[in-house]
Design a protein around this ligand. Sequence first.
Ligand code: 6PG
Length: 468
Amino acid sequence: MGSNLARNLASREGNTVAVYNRSPERTRVLVEEHPEAGFIASETIDEFVASLATPRTAIIMVQAGAGTDAVINQLAERFEPGDIIVDGGNALFADTIRREKAVRETGVNFVGAGISGGEEGALKGPSIMPGGSVEAYKTLGPILSSIAAVVDGVPCVTHVGTDGAGHFVKMIHNGIEYADMQLIAEAYDLLREAAGYTPAEIAEIFAEWNTGELESYLIEITAEVLRQIDAKTGTPLVDVILDQAGSKGTGVWTVQTALDLGIPVSGIAEAVFARALSSKPAQRAAALTLPGPSSAWSVTDKEAFVEDVRLALYASKIIAYSQGFDAIVAGAEQYGWDIKKGDIAMIWRGGCIIRAQFLNRITEAYAADPGLVALVTAPYFTDAVTAAQDSWRRVVAGAAQSGIPTPAFSSSLAYYDGLRAPRLPAALVQGQRDFFGAHTYKRVDREGTFHTLWSGDRSEIETEGSSH
Ligand code: 6PG
């Protein structure tokens, strides 16, 4: 990804790009393979720093973790006040907050920038989510705008917010990516297991869906993956891929962070758990003999079923994005970032893995009402879920009855019903907590905090607040 980003930078008018890699051989190969880039190559970090015009700007593209700290320290020792170090990897935002503070004390700017779009995006135009100081962005903004994807003439980059805001938003992007991918996978599984479609047929269904409101990069590539025939066996590639999903960890961070922030991210969490479950071969082998439902789903009207699955996918996707943006709002509040949700949706319209026509609708929703308390309550999305909910319920119920696992579909529906319920069983939970722990409760009809004397005469007393 680093090489492609360097090539992208070098391909833009007015940019001269210096390159350095801890392994000189990799630098040599890059320069030899791309003479058109006019790279200024260095074999040592000192040579590299000396080759940069001031204010120096270095973009680090290394695997998140200790390696990042090592390179940052090497540069920070050699850079001067006003220079800029950019971490373009998937660093944990908390690490970026720490690093930005430490480097800023030397007068050097440190920017954690989420860069989304994979290898292709890095070369042709990613979506870029830089944090760091407003000062640094004055220099960095034009450089990043010159390489970002462009949608309707607008580069997919914005100054997300200070210190770790960029990496925080990139993390949420990845969490939404996990949910999106899981929802698509569940739709595929339903079409395969309940309606008996083949991978090739499902590819065509996804290609058709990609012409409507579900249009997106992930739907597009899903059709390509399902069309692929394995050269060795002549069977669909998807049938020879081991069904154990990996994860580099950004989805896990999203769920951990959302839990700390008290934000339900059902679809993202179920996507992370689904990957974890898939990677438990011993348990799965042992569970193979567990009984399932007595009958499989016998779909009679396949066309209607496909439309039900499409609508269930769209409704669940709306919930996943609504929850993702809730996490962004909560993170901004917690860390003191002024993150504009509409701008984030706008820069996600192109370049990134979750790029989709759908992001235009989110941009419009936040433009119409920047204070929107829940994306799903925006008129466009309320209408979409209203049109989808019967299908959504049929699909989730049918999947449960026929033993097809749809954790993201069903948890998204449960969240939707919880969000709109006028009364929740949380009232009983409060009663239970007060019974065994005297944790007190509020009342619907009076101000104050109360406790029932469960082990005494069961009268209710007013208290000053919950006990520990
Ligand atoms: C992107 C992607 C990328 C992600 C890889 C692997 O925005 O370009 O989100 O950053 O790290 O796709 O992610 P997982 O291994 O966690 O699935």
